[in-house]
Design a protein around this ligand. Structure first.
Ligand SMILES: [Zn+2]
Ligand SMILES: [Zn+2]
Length: 113
C-alpha cells in the first residue's frame, strides 16, 4: 500500500545558520540544510573530516542539535533552544504559524504517514 503524503510543519531551526564559539574562542558557523540536507560547519575538524557529506559531523553540529529546538512532529521533541539561529533561509516558511517548541517560525514539509 502506498504511503500517504501529507503536509506538516517543522521548526525552522532545521534551516538555520548558527554561530558557535569554539574552545579557543574562534567562531564557527553551523548551517543546517533542511530536514534532508546535510549539516555543515566551518571548523577545521569538519572541513578535514573524511567521508560522505551526509556522514560528516563535528562537536559543533552535535552541540547545536542538542541545544537548539529542532521540533519535528514525527521524530524530534523540541530541545531547550539555549542556542538560536542567527539566520534562517527556508523558502517554505508558513506565515502566522509558530513552532510549539520555541515560538519561532515553522516550515512546511511533505511527509509520508
Ligand atoms: Zn565544527
Ligand atoms: Zn522550534
Amino acid at each position: 500500500m502506498p504511503a500517504e503524503i501529507v503536509t506538516m510543519t517543522e521548526c525552522a531551526d532545521f534551516y538555520g545558520v548558527f554561530e558557535v564559539e569554539g574552545s579557543k574562542g574562534a567562531k564557527y558557523r553551523v548551517a543546517f540544510g533542511g530536514g534532508e540536507g546535510p549539516a555543515t560547519c566551518t571548523c577545521p575538524a569538519y572541513q578535514y573530516a573524511k567521508g560522505a557529506v551526509y556522514d560528516k559531523t563535528c562537536k559543533h553540529i552535535d552541540r547545536v542539535f542538542k541545544e537548539g529546538c529542532f521540533w519535528h512532529p514525527q521524530w524530534h521533541d523540541p530541545g531547550p533552544r539555549t542556542i538560536a539561529p542567527v539566520e534562517t533561509y527556508s523558502p517554505n516558511e508558513v506565515p502566522g504559524e509558530k513552532c510549539p517548541g520555541c515560538g519561532g517560525p515553522v516550515v512546511a514539509i511533505r511527509v509520508a504517514v
